[in-house]
Design a protein around this ligand. Sequence first.
Ligand code: A3P
Length: 290
Amino acid sequence: STLINLLEIDGVMLPVISKEIWARVCNFQARPDDLILATYPKSGTTWTQEILDMIHNDGDVAKCQRATSTERHPFIELTFTHKEKLDLDWANEMPSPRMLKTHLPSHLMPPNIWKQNCKVIYVARNPKDCMVSSYYFHKMTSMLPDPKSWEDFFEKFMAGKVVCGSWYDHVKGWWAAKDKYQILYLFYEDMKRNPKREIHKMLEFLGKTLSEDVIDKIIYHTSFDVMKENPMANQTGVPTHIFDHSISHFMRKGMPGDWKNHFTVAMNETFDKHYKKKMEGTTLTFCTEI
Ligand code: A3P
């Protein structure tokens, strides 16, 4: 079976095969020039990765198409094997400078990443769209358990009984962590509304400058419509028994606001009430449409 083992660490269900692998994740040896892209699942990881790779390669599209997104930038903790190798081993063998991805909550990050003072870019997405995106992803991948009905998934998501744990804890944990470490905290909706401004934030954080022409090229190459057709980014290279694109595409809608097609009025009221309670006292705010 391709169903991935979910190991419960500190009450968080993580896509980690075994305790032994988790021990290796905890002992992960970072390098000071590692760039870490951290997200809660379905928050725009693949998109941001593509932007960062284009920045790294000064807008050279061919260089960004050297391999699939998973091969270019492995997940630290996701122990799904590709080309016979764990992501972790893939990461260990990569030459510097590396870009690595993670869905870990901030408090479960390998401590060496903080010790080496690595730069981290965190991307958060509003929970309503994140939930819808995750529901379709669960349906199309054989790695994750069947989400059952949309109503079931809605409850599980709010309760945090999903892969990588509670969305609320994730976004709040990273929001707090940004005051302690080198973390640039970005939002999916901002990237959608004004990609140029967000790319400038990334450039400043990375201490890099690019011409406006190159930035425009990056915006074009990483737009939803272009990425959807890019075989090195759209995940169509993943075998169909693992990602079944006939059920739902990985590049599904790429727009804020699709939750409106899925939340009933009653669900929305329930959600908003729960959200208010969970997010009480934080300065973190989200927009659910643009
Ligand atoms: P939807 O399912 O709402 O369409 P991740 O990469 O973290 O798994 O996130 C996947 C989500 O990001 C999907 O959301 C996907 O369509 C969206 N996405 C991928 N590339 C994008 C792009 N270039 N612009 C906007 N959204 C994008």
